[in-house]
Design a protein around this ligand. Sequence first.
Ligand SMILES: O=C(O)C1=C[C@@H](OP(=O)(O)O)[C@@H](O)[C@H](O)C1
Ligand SMILES: C=C(OP(=O)(O)O)C(=O)O
Length: 427
Amino acid sequence: MTKLTKATQGLRGTLQVPGDKSISHRAVMFGAIAKGKTTINGFLPGEDCLSTISCFQKLGVTVEQNGDYVEVYGNGIDGLKEPKEVLDVGNSGTTIRLMMGILSNTPFHSCLVGDSSIAKRPMKRVTEPLKQMGAQIDGREGGQFTPISLRGGQVKGMHYDSPVASAQVKSAVLLAGLKGEGVTSVTEPLQSRDHTERMLRAFGCSVQTDGRTVSLQGQQELKAVHIEVPGDISSAAFFLVAGAIVPDSKITLKKVGLNPTRTGILDVLKAMGAAITIENIQNEEFEPFGDVTIETSQLQGTEIGGDVIPRLIDEIPILALAATQAQGVTVIKDAAELKVKETNRIDTVVHELRKMGANVEATEDGMIVYGKSSLSGAEVNSHGDHRIGMMLAVAACLADGETVIENSEAAAVSYPNFFEQLKELQQ
Ligand SMILES: O=C(O)C1=C[C@@H](OP(=O)(O)O)[C@@H](O)[C@H](O)C1
Ligand SMILES: C=C(OP(=O)(O)O)C(=O)O
């Protein structure tokens, strides 16, 4: 539980947010199935990525982690060994779904479980295509939910038309195709984040992208490399919105990942009238990053929907808070995927923000936010969802009186030092 009061002055300062969660997971996973020693700088030591490390250790891979520096000693996919224990992914959807893709190539038995949130999240979107490729997978309610048991083997490449724009689905199918016979390709309805494609190339694989279709030839080997993980734009998002809506703020966030498949929040905040500048863009070939500065400004309501949604899916809770401080109405649509995240993020955002006085209503595929509301302190709850907990902490900076956030420790899933960094900006 954390108690916070309204910021007495603007949030000001320069921060480096922790490493990107999606890229940190992949660096460990790909290092574990590559040949040789992969080194990772800027790794996110958040609970989700630590779950990924622990799963691969149970699969016989040596992984040494010291803060944000990690060494992974991979021995190829064939170097993975049958785990003696269940593989516990904790709260991490990315871990379980991508691992199912990798384990589709291992002839042994694995059992995957997670926490009570993972137990509610849909797995069929991954188990179905992987079964079609030749993996034996079962799970509760016909393979829909954890616990999942899996025995991989001879995978055959295939084309998969994914019904959802999901990087986890796309990545699982591509990873299964890596060792299989023939070509594997995935077409998605809208472009999702492309970290898997970029990182497979960095590990020496050949991957083709043609519009919304990604394909790779099977039987490719990954070669160990060094990976520099940029800051996570999904973590930066909390301070981008805080900087925009807390009066008299100016925040610079260093080395924030700027992969165009992730920068929807910058486009939307700019469209709402936020004062954002980006400098020192580097590393454009692998994963671009740069320094982002935001200053307080009066935001205007907007419409958020269509192909920007996968580019900001994890930022919708904090964008909903931004919308409570914008003039006019903000409509968020085409975002039904929010219902199957760590919580139903449509319901939790609406329920918790209303407690603080926001005027927001849920719709079938998003929400409508009527601005501008003055917020007041309340007893709120993250419901174990890291992004909800951090959004409520930013709301507390604006709210009159005291805000008590139950289950605030969920922030450690993606942002272990979030509350310390928030405090730094208040000094
Ligand atoms: O591939 C990834 O690293 C992720 C993909 C997204 O999920 P979906 O693939 O379910 O859209 C995102 O919400 C999640 O936080 C991380
Ligand atoms: C949805 C998220 O992660 P995952 O799917 O990996 O649990 C998230 O970090 O907001």
